[in-house]
Ligand binder design. Structure first.
Ligand SMILES: C[S@@+](CC[C@H](N)C(=O)[O-])C[C@H]1O[C@@H](n2cnc3c(N)ncnc32)[C@H](O)[C@@H]1O
Length: 222
């Protein structure tokens, strides 16, 4: 039987329940070369900057990105995922806070950053919400801010199959957790043109890098 249709709330709950087993996805053998290359490229855009990380989860990318950052605020909605990140050894620049990635509730009204990072979050934002979500994020960023989003590409044999598509073009997967529960997850796999088109007018120097299993989108804000 199919799980109920995905909502923002069910997505957050799914990741809370998956927290303990989440990092298995980073040990898939076929993804190791991509992961090492992407980790090695993480420090450069954020060096010396004040960085906001959205939906940090268990903090896989955090120590790589924060290696030379001035300050790195890792945020997530779920205490279950963030607790795993907080238990890891992190650069001294790293702090943690509960923040909703859609509303940015949890940040102070006047809090601004000069860089931002999201790992495997973009794919979970419904297509109709992407431009507004990006505009809300960019409003938190100073002129000249560097931004990096990275996420999965769909690879047959490695990715969970697509179970359905909706009228707006979002794609979904049926995923099963260790406790046997099944969950519908919204997971989009944008092409370069689609992703860049969502970025909005402040974007400069957009650069899309494709690996076998992942894409990375870098840009600077005017
Ligand atoms: C696919 S995981 C990505 C984790 C990490 N960034 C990575 O790349 O491994 C998605 C994360 O989004 C978080 N999340 C779900 N809904 C959220 C929301 N509304 N605001 C902030 N985080 C949310 C989940 O707790 C989960 O940690």
């Amino acid at each position: 039987m199919s799980a109920p249709a995905a909502t923002a709330e069910s997505m957050a709950e799914y990741y809370a329940r998956r927290a303990q087993s989440y990092e298995r996805v980073y040990f898939k053998p076929e993804r190791q070369p991509d992961l090492r290359a992407m980790e090695a490229a993480m420090p450069e855009p954020f060096a010396g900057r004040r960085v906001l990380e959205i939906a940090c989860g268990t903090g896989w990318w955090t120590p790589h990105g924060a290696a030379h950052a001035a300050h790195w605020l890792a945020t997530d909605l779920n205490p279950e995922t963030m607790a795993i990140a907080q238990a890891k050894s992190m650069p001294v620049s790293v702090g943690f806070r509960a923040v909703d990635a859609y509303t940015f509730d949890g940040l102070r009204g006047d809090e601004r950053f000069d860089a931002a990072f999201s790992g495997c979050w973009w794919s979970h934002v419904p297509l109709a919400r992407l431009p507004a979500w990006l505009a809300t994020l960019h409003a938190r960023l100073a002129p000249g801010a560097r931004v990096r989003h990275l996420d999965n590409r769909f690879v047959l044999q490695s990715s969970t199959p697509i179970s359905r598509r909706d009228a707006e073009g979002n794609s979904y997967q049926q995923r099963t957790l260790d406790d046997g529960s099944t969950h519908e997850v919204l997971k989009n796999f944008p092409a370069r043109e689609q992703a860049v088109a969502a970025l909005g007018p402040r974007t400069r120097e957009a650069r899309w890098t494709e690996y076998t299993h992942y894409w990375v989108l870098d840009y600077t804000l005017a």
